[in-house]
Design a protein around this ligand. Structure first.
Ligand SMILES: Cc1ncc(COP(=O)(O)O)c(C=O)c1O
Length: 443
């Protein structure tokens, strides 16, 4: 199928509920950090398919593992007849997820079903019915996960009524308008919530992204997670960290919360865990994971193919030092992006850790008014010149840079020069906004 045919069929057959489009790409193949479209155009990819392809595309060793596993044991349902790859993967996850206590692992298919476990199990496990999450957070689209989410993308849906959402401490856009003492302000807000609508003694858990990703790559102040851990401990509340998007090495450590020194009671994983194969996991305290026997089961959970791909994925991350590379290339990116910020007034903020980086686009730096249209134009125009990038943020105005962790210095420099050209072209008015009509991204 050529691009036109594919897009036409896609329009006719595929649910709009499954689409988040920024430009009309139709993909043919991919290798390393590059994607080739159905017109044989090559693109440098800064998306990793929403942070999934952490080890890059088209890994021969993963293909071999998948092939060999399929021939040996194509399937067994782990619910009733377990096999060894699931156990081996669980062993590895228990080892890399910090926490000096007895841990267990649950497996699913997506970040959403994993966060659904948190939504279902925590209230039952603690006998407390309330949960706390953060405005701007994205935990997934199934009912439990979307109830925990505070992202504009889920605003149209009714969720479970037991979740109270509090502001995420965003230094660039503080909820009070004042960025000083933001940790203290947020803690004060939380104490007010505990004292009023969500008594601490009725609260089972707090779920947080240590870097809020779809919310706009927002990094909380340094002390914030420590203080949150302390307040949770004081009230006997579980602290859960959602690492679905930034975990598995992306930020220069296995997990982004490791930059803060806290230990969560459970960690949620997904996306890059299976290097493209569907798999998610919750790794945490035994008593949480054992809450209800046969209480959160999916027939193909922990299947031999996804778990063997995940084991090989972890091996590659370790052996190729991809975590160290994420840190190194992330710093290079940040330096280059700060230089672009000096050049282009519409860049309001540049921030990130490792290869989880956000570039916030505003109409001007004084008003900081989010410029979602310019952001969408930049995404589309990057595609036109050979670079793939998406946008995130509750205002849809943050360019998200989450390339494969295997990206090289040359590729980072190539990406920076593409971005420079895209900003230049958009500033010079070399883009017709008409093109964005069907490509509104998040809405
Ligand atoms: C932090 C976080 N949690 C959960 C999810 C949901 O994952 P999935 O789309 O695999 O269900 C996402 C997806 O973007 C995410 O970024």
């Amino acid at each position: 199928m050529n691009q036109e045919e594919l897009l036409q069929k896609d329009k006719e057959l595929i649910s709009e509920g499954l689409k988040l489009r920024f430009h009309p790409i139709t993909v043919k193949e991919a290798k390393g950090c590059y994607i080739t479209d159905t017109n044989d155009q090559r693109y440098l990819d800064l998306t990793a398919g929403w942070a999934v392809a952490n080890v890059g595309y088209g890994r021969e060793s993963i293909a071999k593992v998948i092939h060999d596993q399929y021939v040996k044991l194509s399937f067994t349902t782990q619910l009733s007849a377990p096999s060894e790859t699931m156990i081996q993967l669980a062993d590895k996850l228990v080892e890399i997820v910090p926490g000096n206590f007895e841990k267990k692992v649950w497996f699913g298919h997506s970040g959403s079903d994993a966060n659904d476990l948190i939504s279902k199990f925590l209230p039952v496990s603690t006998g407390r019915n309330k949960m706390i999450s953060f405005i701007g957070s994205y935990h997934g689209q199934t009912m439990g996960a979307s109830s925990l989410s505070g992202h504009s993308a889920q605003a149209k849906f009714e969720g479970k009524g037991n979740v109270v959402k509090i502001p995420y401490p965003n230094v660039y856009r503080p909820f009070s308008g004042i960025s000083d003492n933001l940790t203290e302000q947020t803690m004060h807000f939380l104490e007010e919530v505990f004292a009023t609508i969500c008594p601490a003694e009725d609260t089972a858990g707090v779920i947080i992204e240590a870097i809020q990703s779809d919310g706009g790559i927002v990094l909380p102040p340094e002390q914030f997670l420590k203080e949150l851990r302390e307040i949770c401990d004081r009230h006997g509340i579980y602290l859960i960290v959602d690492e679905v998007k930034v975990g598995m090495g992306r930020t220069g450590k296995w997990f982004s919360f490791e930059h803060t020194g806290i230990i969560p009671d459970a960690v949620v994983l997904g996306k890059s865990l299976g290097a493209g194969l569907p798999i998610s996991a919750v790794v945490g305290r035994k008593e949480i994971l054992d809450t209800v026997a046969a209480g959160h089961m999916f027939t193909t959970s922990g299947n031999p193919i996804s778990t063997s791909a995940a084991i090989e994925n972890i091996r590659i991350i370790k052996e190729e030092n991809l975590i160290e590379n994420a840190d190194k290339q992330g710093n290079l990116f940040l330096t280059g992006l700060h230089k672009l910020k000096e050049k282009y007034e519409c860049i309001g903020d540049v921030r990130g850790k490792g290869l989880s980086i956000g570039v916030e686009i505003v109409t001007d730096r004084d008003s900081k008014k989010p410029d979602a249209i310019k952001t969408a134009a930049l995404c589309y125009h990057c595609y036109e010149i050979g670079l793939l990038i998406y946008n995130v943020g509750i205002y849809g105005n943050v360019l998200e840079i989450t390339p494969p962790l295997s990206i090289t210095t040359d590729e980072v420099n190539e990406a920076l020069s593409f971005l420079d050209q895209a900003f230049q072209d958009i500033e010079n008015g070399n883009f017709q906004l008409e093109k964005l009509k069907e490509y509104a991204g998040w809405g």
